[in-house]
Design a protein around this ligand. Structure first.
Ligand code: GAL
Length: 369
């Protein structure tokens, strides 16, 4: 039976959780004043991330952001919550943080449309909001920091098409398209970038899916249905919008008896994704250096908390045509050939992290040591 949880219970739970998640960075040392911000002494900074099915948020975004705040403002504190893929929960979490007196909200919106109401509430309390990684459809955000997300889709689809041509796959071969969440503004940009490339080919898109909440289990289930419909051997390429959904689709292909997997794309350079690439199960991923994104957001937050103007370098337009000051970073396509010169060189993962016993030969082949 569906358990009905009242909004009051969620609010109470959120506030209780919030109290528990208060990360006090105070260590008694003087606040450093070098670099972005730094004079926002004693500020509470809110960090709200969208889901817990995507590896990057817990393994990269949260620790990188929190560490940067601690480094630049030791007596500041970071209040953290994860929405678990629920827009109304994220709304409750934001309200609780505003009640707790945060000076800035850094918000990675589960739903970029719904989150506009969070921005309005924060504005009414003179709390600036940074739209983190995903653009909120509001002209009132103080800054947006992300990657060129159309470029992400172009890189993914270009790598897929080039690989299919290298394999001599027929020009009218069948492909599957597994996109990101329809509530994520990024996903629409990944999709637009990918389709701008796929539309120049004669490949037959056998099926297209917008994965609710980026849930890998939903991607796997949809792919299993498609495979039953079209036949596993008729799928000659798969566009998957990130590594976690790619993992779901690969599981469905293998469950259907696929031994020689077609080229499959991904994103986020997750450890699992990189290992699948070296094992020959996934063709590529897109490396978006989380460090400059998370640390850049922390620097912007400290500037705003200190009452300074955010040091943005460009602008973007929201879905409603509003102009938002932005910092846009560059994504990089990664295949087995350049793992060494990207994620290993940057220190995202070491050879020890990546090279399991089963991958020892592949790591040797690609110079990962
Ligand atoms: C996007 C993000 C990606 C992707 C996805 C999953 O907004 O830019 O890195 O992994 O969310 O949550």
């Amino acid at each position: 039976m569906k358990k009905v949880v009242t909004r009051a219970a969620i609010a109470a739970a959120s506030i209780a959780l919030l109290a528990g998640s208060l990360t006090a960075c105070s260590n008694g040392s003087q606040a450093s004043s070098s670099g972005g911000g730094g004079s926002a002494t004693n500020a509470k900074i809110g960090l709200l991330l969208p889901d817990s099915v995507t590896a990057r948020f817990a393994s990269a975004d949260r620790p990188l952001f929190t560490d940067r705040i601690k480094e630049k403002c030791p007596d500041c504190s970071v209040l953290y919550q994860n929405a678990g893929g629920d827009a109304s929960k994220q709304q409750q979490q934001a309200q609780a943080m505003l009640t707790q007196g945060v000076k800035v909200l850094v918000l990675d919106a589960f739903d970029g449309e719904a989150a506009a109401s969070i921005v309005s509430l924060a504005k009414s309390k003179n709390v600036p909001v940074i739209s983190y990684d995903r653009l909120i459809n509001s002209g009132d955000v103080s800054a947006y920091i992300s990657f060129d997300n159309n470029k992400v889709g172009e890189l993914q689809a270009t790598a897929l098409v080039d690989r299919m041509k290298d394999l001599g796959i027929a020009d009218d071969a069948g492909v599957l398209e597994v996109n990101g969440s329809p509530t994520d503004n990024n996903a629409s940009q990944f999709k637009a970038g990918a389709q701008s490339v796929l539309s120049t080919t004669s490949y037959d898109v056998l099926g297209e899916y917008d994965t609710p909440g980026w849930d890998p289990a939903k991607a796997q289930s949809w792919a299993a249905g498609q495979i039953s419909k079209v036949g596993v051997d008729n799928i000659k390429g798969i566009y998957a919008a990130n590594d976690d959904t790619a993992g779901g689709v690969i599981s469905a292909m293998q469950a259907a008896g696929a031994t020689d997997l077609p080229p499959i794309t991904g994103q986020d350079a997750t450890l699992a994704g990189l290992q699948r690439i070296l094992a020959g199960k996934q063709y590529m991923t897109v490396y978006k250096a989380f460090k400059p994104e998370a640390e850049g957001a922390a620097d912007l937050a400290l500037e705003l908390a200190a009452g300074k103007k955010a040091s943005t370098t460009s602008t973007v337009k929201t879905a409603s045509g509003k102009t938002v000051p932005s910092v846009i970073l560059t994504p990089v396509a990664v295949t087995a050939d350049n793992i060494k010169d990207t994620v290993v060189k940057d220190g995202l993962f070491t050879a020890k992290d990546i090279c399991t016993t089963q991958l020892a030969d592949a790591c040797t082949k690609y110079g990962i040591k």
